[in-house]
Design a protein around this ligand. Structure first.
Ligand code: HPA
Length: 286
């Protein structure tokens, strides 16, 4: 069976066993698995520098765990504390453009959900479509548009995880969003807000596509996050997500983008992003 796409009840049973095996592997190594998880996106893995790490589990050692193929992603699970707050952090993630099937994309969050996390804070690098945004701004995601052409919840549903038709009227938890806004205000951190559109990639978009996306109602575009959010919401995990705007995708003034520029812009946002996430986590956990 390939977990790329699951069609039958047997496929689902196999997949559930794989999720359970991965979860058991992790819980056997960690003293306790924190209730809050963090996913660190492209160029944002450095956020983990502030963590006091007690356990490092490379993805390729965790049974069945998909392994990220992107250079900028470290590909390991870190368990420890961020300024006293216990967290489990995914340093590196999988993307649909790496040719993972929908269920593989959902695998890490299924494992974290099985381990009992109740809160997921996601970060990503995204291109800014809203003309009020500049490179290195941080955007609080208020809502999303799934333009990936796939959904990790397709195939047979496991009712024990969540409903067949999970509600998406408010995927990004209002209380968590307010908490992040409060922290930003208190520290004088500029926090933009907006709608994130997930595109398949790996090519960046054309001017015509950026124009289309903006007209569809998106403020930023990236190649991740939405599959993780869908799985988390399916399992009843509350979610907040932040995009670092790494390049300006304005169709009438578009400049060529190089991955080095994307990583440099992500790096420039690191101090503010770190403060925001660290303080918000402390309040969420309190
Ligand atoms: N599209 C355009 N620019 C970007 C993206 C994207 O998906 N991610 C980061 N910068």
């Amino acid at each position: 069976m390939s977990t790329a796409s699951l069609r039958t009840a047997d496929d689902l049973t196999t997949y559930r066993h794989q999720v359970d095996e991965a979860a058991q592997f992790i819980s056997a190594r960690a003293d306790a698995v924190p209730s809050t998880a963090l996913i660190l996106g492209t160029g944002l893995g450095g956020l983990a520098d502030r963590m006091a790490v007690t356990h490092t589990l490379p993805y390729d050692e965790i049974p069945h765990f998909p392994v990220s193929t992107v250079d900028a992603h470290a590909g390991r699970l870190l368990i420890g504390t961020l300024d006293e707050t216990p967290v489990v952090a995914m340093q590196g993630r999988m993307h649909a453009y790496e040719d993972y099937g929908p269920w593989q994309l959902g695998f890490p969050v299924r494992v974290l959900g099985t381990l009992g996390i109740d809160t997921l804070l996601i970060s990503n690098a995204a291109g800014g479509l809203n003309p009020h945004f500049s490179a290195s701004d941080i955007m609080l995601i208020t809502d999303h548009i799934n333009f990936l052409g796939l959904n990790p919840l397709t195939g047979p549903n496991h009712d024990g995880w969540g409903p067949r038709f999970p509600d998406m009227s408010e995927p990004y938890d209002p209380a968590l969003r307010r908490c992040l806004q409060d922290v930003a205000l208190e520290h004088g951190i500029k926090l933009q807000q907006g709608v994130y559109m997930a595109a398949l990639g790996p090519s960046l978009e054309t001017k015509a596509e950026y124009r289309f996306m903006r007209q569809m109602g998106a403020d930023a575009v990236g190649m991740s996050t939405v599959p993780e959010v869908l799985v988390a919401r399916h399992m009843g995990i509350r979610v907040a997500a932040l995009s670092v705007i790494t390049d300006e995708c304005f169709p009438d003034a578009l400049e060529p983008v190089h991955i080095d520029d994307v990583l440099a812009a992500a790096d420039a946002a690191k101090p503010q992003l770190t403060r925001l996430v660290t303080d918000a986590l402390a309040r969420i956990a309190a």
